[in-house]
Write a protein that binds this ligand. Structure first.
Ligand code: FES
Length: 105
């Protein structure tokens, strides 16, 4: 099991769960407007601890395209492992959007 920490609350999640899914499963209305395809960046998170060292090509390309490499990570491209303490940056609540996005692929 992995440990996910959000706003000081701790959750146990299955190893390898897509981070966006794990966040959403805790009742947090994180955006995922492209359905988890590394296209929209609305699933962005920052890490207080446990940021994955690895970054896949899709995530790296999108962050480089936006000039945001090193600023945040795409939770749809990260898998839960170990202990991850994250800050969720864009939610339905914080943006006023009424749709988080299509189901995560
Ligand atoms: S980049 Fe769109 S959901 Fe992650």
């Amino acid at each position: 099991m992995a440990t996910l920490i959000i706003d000081g609350n701790s959750y146990e999640v299955a190893d390898g769960t897509k981070l966006t899914v794990a966040i959403e499963n805790q009742g947090i209305d994180i955006l995922h407007r492209c359905g988890g395809n590394a296209k929209c960046t609305t699933c962005k998170v920052t890490f207080n601890a446990g940021e994955p060292d690895a970054m896949n090509e899709g995530e790296k390309a999108k962050l480089e395209e936006k000039g945001d490499l090193g600023e945040y990570r795409l939770s749809c491209q990260c898998l839960c492992v170990g202990t991850m303490d994250v800050n969720v940056l864009m939610t339905m609540t914080s943006t006023g959007l009424d749709d988080a996005g299509p189901a995560l692929s």
